[in-house]
Design a protein around this ligand. Structure first.
Ligand code: SF4
Length: 575
């Protein structure tokens, strides 16, 4: 790969100082997760707590960001306060474009501000602004205020946290431009620990898009495949929420804390039902012609005798699974009430929903009583769940303070580990498809279904008998996704950005990278992450699998603990 200079903006919150680094050596890491991993490895201190002021947050975009279709994401790397290990997350909307037009490929934030602060970043530098008056405000409340405080100068992107981040809920998220998030693994708590309420990035420079023959040809080829083939159709059509009915029909939709893979009320909360009854708008990240962000209208009474309010809320498969089927919610209203609450408080919807599933079962089994919980709670009981969510952020007792550290921490202290649906201390995603899904979540760098697509490996290996092939597929997929995440493509477009297309697109902007070099880079990032994860305390020998995974038949049939152990042994032999 040819040499390139990467411009890094380093922000020290403690001293209110910045530095600009022009790093030639970082070019070999291409962009996105490559650069962010490398910078994090240089600056993080594994001996310090995830919420220590010194721990860095690294944001990075890629060389193709927003100049090719559906290349829209920004990578964030940090030490996760939920797991204590590797923290990695991605978000879209306008952030990648704003960073590009502000002129930074990477932004590193470390230190702790003396008082609540928000950052206003532009091509001219950084302003440290007092956010004391904004501290305590919910995500929706602060959004409109920030838009007034920071008038638009070019493309503007707004990152903000809610009360969950301020109060160190270990699964607090960072909201990005209202409808996207750095959702998983607790980046919001890291912001809160730094007294950082928000970051506004002004993309205030112009940048010419390449206009060579080769660029235009490659661009049009990709664009045509995005808009004129059915590769991306599902995402724009019903959206990822189409998976609710599809998985349910196959018995792979986690339901009522994974007591079942089938939800008898799935039809009510399916993507098709939301589209027919609630959908008001579809939105897109900057640089994406697809528009998969589905917005529902949630109209409800303020209270008895009062008028109505209407809220626009985004929904997708993961939200409907975590706050719907997983909690046995039988109506769209109940799911939207819960989505609204996690959005306003600023917490990750998947972790919140799966932790709630554990709470309901722990309450039923008598581990936690009503006096501690402050409410009764049950499946299909949105009022009880709303109460629990509020108490996580404003904890009235030590039980809730523990629950704010996630389901694994709560089960460790109070019991119920067999039905705390976490892998690697991270709450499961919305698929119960087979052994590859469970192993993939347990070993993936961020314990996400997006690391290695175990759910897809299962569906391609319905017999579940070629264990070596399944394990190798997980590893190969994770390495290739490292390459896509260097570019920061939206992973929904992974069918568009195959290896040849990535090589052509990079060549079109003057980066000569062969397929072999890209594969080597994916492997190098995989190893760097593994090395860092190990330093942060992750070990394949410490993995445990909650019994519930083996009690409830999956889409490919019942799962077997011995089979999973064999797969884990194969995985260990490959690493
Ligand atoms: S497909 Fe959806 S998430 Fe992906 S870039 Fe487009 S709008 Fe954003």
């Amino acid at each position: 790969m040819n040499e390139r200079t990467i411009k890094v903006l380093e922000i020290n919150l403690s001293e209110e100082k910045i530095k600009i680094h022009n790093r030639k050596d970082l070019g070999q890491w291409l962009g996105g997760i490559g650069i962010a991993s490398r910078l994090f490895a240089e600056m993080a201190d594994p001996s310090l707590d995830p919420l220590a002021p010194e721990q860095p947050v690294v944001l990075a975009n890629g060389p193709l960001s927003t100049i090719f279709p559906v290349v829209t994401k920004v990578a964030a790397v940090f030490r996760s306060p939920l797991t204590g290990e590797w923290g990695e997350s991605y978000a879209g909307m306008r952030l990648a474009l704003a960073m590009r037009l502000a002129g930074y490929q990477a932004i590193v934030i470390h230190g702790k501000a003396k008082h609540p602060t928000y950052l206003s970043i532009s091509s001219r530098g950084v302003k440290f602004k007092n956010a004391s008056a904004l501290w305590g405000l919910k995500v929706g409340e602060i959004g409109s205020i920030l838009r007034r405080l920071e008038p638009n100068s070019g493309f503007r992107s707004t990152l903000r946290i809610g009360p969950a981040g301020e109060k160190a809920v270990r699964f607090a998220n960072v909201n990005v431009d209202t409808y996207r998030h750095f959702g998983r693994l607790g980046l919001g708590a890291v912001f809160g620990a730094k007294n950082l309420k928000a970051v506004i990035i002004h993309g205030d420079k112009n940048e010419a898009v390449p206009n060579s023959k080769i660029f235009n040809k490659v661009y049009m080829d990709i664009y045509q495949r995005v808009v004129n083939t059915d590769i991306m159709e599902k995402y724009h059509g019903v959206g990822t929420a189409i998976n609710i009915n599809a998985l349910n029909n196959l018995g792979g939709l986690p339901t009522r804390n994974l007591k079942s893979g089938h939800f008898e009320k799935a039809e009510n909360i399916s993507g098709e039902a939301f589209a027919e009854q609630r959908l008001i708008r579809k939105m897109a990240c900057s640089g994406c012609p697809v528009g998969c962000i589905h917005i529902a209208l949630h109209r409800r009474e303020f209270g008895p005798g009062y008028e109505y309010e209407s809220k626009a809320l985004s929904y997708d498969h993961e939200l409907i699974f975590a706050l719907g089927s997983f909690l046995g919610m039988s109506s769209q209203e109940k799911v939207l009430d819960l989505i609204d609450m996690v959005e306003e408080l600023g917490m990750d919807a998947i972790t919140a929903g799966v932790a709630l599933g554990w709470v309901i079962e722990a309450y039923h089994s008598g581990i936690i009583d009503k006096a501690v919980l402050g409410t009764g709670v049950d499946f299909d009981d949105s009022q009880g769940c709303l109460e629990v969510l509020k108490n996580i952020v404003y904890p009235p007792n030590s039980f809730y303070a523990t629950l704010a550290r996630g389901a694994a921490a709560a089960a460790e202290k109070y019991g119920g580990k067999d039905y705390a649906l976490t892998l690697g201390k991270t709450e499961m995603a919305g698929y119960h498809t087979g052994h590859a899904n469970v192993l993939g979540l347990a070993v993936g760098a961020r314990h996400s279904h997006l690391d290695n697509a175990g759910y897809s490996v299962d569906q391609k290996n319905r017999e579940q008998n070629n264990l070596e092939k399944m394990v190798d597929s997980l590893i190969e997929e994770e390495k290739w996704r490292n390459v896509l995440n260097c570019l920061c493509t939206c992973l929904f477009a992974r069918g568009i950005y195959d290896q040849d297309t990535v090589v052509s697109a990079l060549n079109a902007v003057g980066i000569n990278a062969s397929a072999g070099e890209l594969n080597a880079l994916g492997d190098k990032i995989f190893k760097l992450k593994h090395e860092m994860r190990t330093k942060l305390g992750y070990s394949l020998d410490h993995l445990t699998f909650p019994k519930r995974f083996f009690e409830t038949p999956s889409l490919t049939g019942p799962l077997n603990e011995n089979t999973l152990q064999k797969m884990l042994d194969i995985y260990k032999s490959r690493i």
